[in-house]
Design a protein around this ligand. Structure first.
Ligand code: G1P
Length: 289
C-alpha cells in the first residue's frame, strides 16, 4: 500500500477570520512570506505525495492562480535580478501536480471529502485539513502514512486536548497498540460532556481507505446539519481496522485569529529572514509591557 494522493479540503467560508476573509481566501493569508496553504502542500510533498486535490469554492480562485506560472512577473523578476523571489514563486508552482474541484454547496467536511471520489479512485489517500498547520520534525502526514502502511489500514492523527476544549473537536475511544499508536473503536464529533470517550481528538490529518466514499455517499447530516467526516469514520472503523497515531509535532488552528498569530510568531522565529530580527524586537517590546 503506497499513499500517493492527498486531498486538502479548503472550501470553508472563513467566518472566524472576518473581515480579512471576505475577499481573500483564508488559506491565502501569509504566514511570514508564504500563504498558509503552501505549508500544507509542502507537508504532503515532504511525505512523498505526488498528486494533490484541493477542494475549493467559488471565492477561492486565488489559490489556483498561486500554484500556476506567472510569466509577466517572472520576466520582471528576471530582468531585475531578483533571483531569490523568482526561485520561490517558481518552486511554489512546481511543488506537485495540483488539481481542484469545487464543493459547490457548503455541506460539511464529509461532503467536501466525498467530492474527491473520482480523483482518488480505489487507493488509500491522505487528507490534510486546510486550517490545521503543523510544525514537526517528521511531516505529520508522513507519520500517519507509516502507521497506515505498517498496519495496512486507515490512520488518523490525534493528540490529547483539554476536556473543556474537546467539544470543538471529536473524541476517540481507543485501545493501546504500541507506543504512540492505538486502535480506534469508536469516535464522536463535537461531543457533549456525557459523550466524551477520551481526550484524544483528531487534529486535521487522516489516511483513509477509499471505502469511506461509499459510506459518505449515504451519510445523513450530523452535528450542525452538516455531513460530518467523523460520522463516516465511525462506520469505517466498525467495518475495517483503523489506528490513531499520537503524532509528534505542534498543531496550529490557523482558522482563527489567535491560532494564526501563534503560528505567525513561531514560524517567523524559525525563519532565516526574520528570526534574529524578531527575537530582538520581542525583547525590546517585552520591556515596554
Ligand atoms: C474538524 C473535524 C473534527 C476535528 C477538527 C480539527 O472540525 O470535524 O473532527 O477534530 O476539524 O482537525 P472543524 O474544525 O471543521 O469544526
Amino acid at each position: 500500500m503506497k499513499v500517493k494522493k492527498a486531498v486538502i479540503p479548503a472550501a470553508g467560508l472563513g467566518t472566524r477570520m472576518l473581515p480579512a476573509t471576505k475577499t481573500v481566501p483564508k488559506e491565502m493569508l501569509p504566514l511570514v512570506d508564504k500563504p498558509a496553504i503552501q505549508y500544507i502542500v509542502e507537508e504532503a510533498v515532504a511525505a512523498g505525495i505526488e498528486d494533490i486535490l484541493i477542494v475549493t469554492n467559488r471565492s477561492k480562485s486565488a489559490m489556483d492562480d498561486y500554484f500556476d506560472y506567472y510569466p509577466e512577473l517572472e520576466d520582471r523578476l528576471n530582468a531585475s535580478q531578483k533571483e531569490r523571489e523568482l526561485a520561490e514563486i517558481r518552486r511554489a508552482a512546481d511543488l506537485a501536480n495540483i488539481f481542484y474541484v469545487r464543493q459547490k454547496e457548503t455541506r460539511g467536511l464529509g461532503h467536501a471529502i466525498w467530492r474527491a471520489k473520482h480523483f482518488v479512485g480505489d487507493e488509500p489517500f491522505a487528507v490534510l485539513l486546510g486550517d490545521d498547520i503543523m510544525r514537526a520534525k517528521t511531516p505529520v502526514i508522513g507519520q500517519l502514512i507509516q502507521a497506515a502502511e505498517k498496519y495496512q489500514c486507515s490512520a488518523v492523527g490525534v493528540q490529547q486536548v483539554p476536556t473543556e476544549a474537546i467539544s470543538k473537536y471529536c473524541s476517540l475511544k481507543v485501545e493501546a497498540l504500541e507506543d504512540n499508536v492505538f486502535t480506534v473503536d469508536d469516535l464522536v464529533e463535537k461531543p457533549r460532556r456525557e459523550e466524551i470517550f477520551s481526550n484524544y481528538a483528531i487534529l486535521g490529518r487522516y489516511v483513509l481507505s477509499p471505502a469511506i466514499f461509499d459510506i459518505l455517499e449515504d451519510l445523513k447530516p450530523g452535528v450542525g446539519g452538516e455531513i460530518q467526516l467523523t460520522d463516516g469514520l465511525r462506520q469505517l472503523c466498525r467495518q475495517d481496522r483503523m489506528v490513531a497515531v499520537d503524532f509528534e509535532g505542534k498543531r496550529y488552528d490557523t482558522g482563527n485569529v489567535r491560532g494564526f498569530l501563534e503560528a505567525s510568531l513561531d514560524f517567523s522565529l524559525d525563519h532565516p529572514l526574520t528570526g534574529q530580527w524578531l527575537r530582538e524586537y520581542i525583547r525590546k517590546k517585552a520591556k515596554e509591557l
